[in-house]
Design a protein around this ligand. Structure first.
Ligand SMILES: C[S@@+](CC[C@H](N)C(=O)[O-])C[C@H]1O[C@@H](n2cnc3c(N)ncnc32)[C@H](O)[C@@H]1O
Length: 249
């Protein structure tokens, strides 16, 4: 019963309590950083953060947002949006730059068609377990992208491995954190990250409730939605696949 409730309210609880941000492993942030690097410099672009959660795009991409024309950030959960909004203002970004709204990606988005230059779906689409619904969500993102627009999708790989994510994150922490912070991450924080977060994700992926991908499979999904693939790479300690596509003109 507790397990079922925990899984049902997984993100809700994580966002509301700020646990999600506290427990985010270093290599997850690196995955978003790498996604933004692959997209490259696009000043003046209009962005869509599809399944924005608590705003990791704002955490690592504040400069990009500052040079963008505007960003639409959406999620099915208000709790994530609330945290993302707070972060946005804490970064000193101007209000006119962003529009947060709650939406279900499996329904058409309340955004003008062909008005987005760059869409990012960072570890969001894979949580839509049903294949048809997941395709619909990608098609809905497609509809609001302009022709020639970019879409970066990051989803778990078939090799998703929570322990490897922790190992790689600790490796990064060695180079950037003080000794005590590294120690705290190693013996306290990341142990909780694994047992409360990554282990659950592993289980859900194994049970097929959420979707893990081979690179080819994710490319195929994006190609059938109308994208030409321009880049693929493994991210997140090889537990994630990043595919960058351009909407064919
Ligand atoms: C793993 S979190 C990722 C959040 C954020 N992109 C990040 O990288 O931290 C997955 C997010 O997808 C959102 N999500 C799941 N299904 C959705 C749907 N049908 N429509 C909109 N958002 C959805 C969840 O609410 C959750 O915030």
């Amino acid at each position: 019963m507790i397990k079922r409730l925990w899984l049902k309210y997984y993100w809700l609880f994580g966002y509301q309590s700020r646990l999600y941000d506290w427990l985010t492993p270093e290599s997850y942030r690196e995955s978003m950083t790498r996604t933004l690097e692959c997209i490259g410099e696009e000043p003046g672009a209009v962005w869509l953060d599809a399944g924005c959660g608590s705003g990791i795009l704002i955490d690592v991409g504040a400069e990009k947002i500052a040079s963008s024309k505007m960003i639409f950030a959406t999620d099915i959960l208000d709790s994530g949006i609330r945290i993302a909004r707070r972060k946005f203002f804490e970064k000193g970004l101007v209000e006119e730059k962003i529009l947060f709204f709650r939406s279900d990606l499996t329904s058409p988005l309340p955004i003008k068609n062909e008005s987005i230059d760059i869409a990012v779906a960072h570890f969001s689409l894979y949580t839509i377990g049903d294949k048809e619904e997941r395709h619909r969500a990608l098609n809905n993102i497609c509809s609001v992208l302009r022709q020639g627009g970019l879409c970066a999708v990051v989803n778990p790989s078939e090799e998703y491995d929570g322990r490897q994510i922790i190992r790689e994150s600790l490796q990064t922490s060695l180079g950037v954190d003080s000794k005590w912070k590294h120690w705290f991450k190693k013996f306290v924080l990341y142990r909780i990250t694994y047992s409360l977060g990554l282990k659950n994700i592993e289980r859900r992926l194994k049970e097929g409730l959420w979707k893990s991908y081979s690179t080819q499979e994710l490319c195929n999904e994006m190609q059938s939605a109308g994208f030409s693939i321009i880049h693929t790479e493994k991210v997140y300690a090889s537990s994630g696949i990043l595919v960058l596509g351009r909407l064919s003109e």
